[in-house]
Ligand binder design. Sequence first.
Ligand code: DC
Length: 231
Amino acid sequence: MSDKVPVIAIDGPSGVGKGTLCQWLATQLGWHLLDSGALYRLTALAAQRRGLPLEDEARVAAVAVALDAVFVADVAGTSRVLLDGVEVGDVLRGEATGNAASRVAALPAVRAALLQRQRNFRRPPGLIADGRDMGTVVFPQAGLKLFLNASAEERARRRYKQLIEKGMDANLAGLIEEIAERDARDAQRAVAPLQPAADAEMLDTTRLSVMEVCEWALALAVRRLAVRVIP
Ligand code: DC
């Protein structure tokens, strides 16, 4: 039954603006949202909290299998995330957790452990799936696949702005370096590396505004999937 539920798979590197686009599309269409990066972040966090070395593939994969993660959607369209029953807060979105997530995401057993959990998000009326391998591995049959890109400098600048707006500390040069390091690890790993599906629609967002990207994606969804926007 779930294979009849439409999916829009949206992939691309860190900080390219997929999160904002996916949340906006999910709200416009009234569809569910899969933030697959959050599952890798939660796995890394849970492993660290249990004192496991992040390269211990078997034990980190066991953590992923048993991951007690709950996403609670709130009115603003954002979601609160509970790990082991306790809200995780800002630490989940921080750079340190992003880097730890990128390390555990390179482990094949961890990716295998999270595969079915990601597919379970596919529920009517539709799913917006945000990640690195949504169009290539998790939902290869998705009716629409988008791949966003932007220069590493521009992505670091966007991330810097976000952190400053949240009142957090940030260092632009450090962010550029971290983004480049994360890109390299995500693109070069042996399993499900970051790469566009052969049938993905590509967009370089370096010089585009958030709304320009959103409108491009919505126009494709209307044309390809005959979706309707919630009034
Ligand atoms: O999208 P994000 O920054 O929350 O993702 C954190 C890390 O998780 C990212 O560096 C790579 C990994 N990831 C992945 O390998 N596959 C996904 N589908 C999503 C994220």
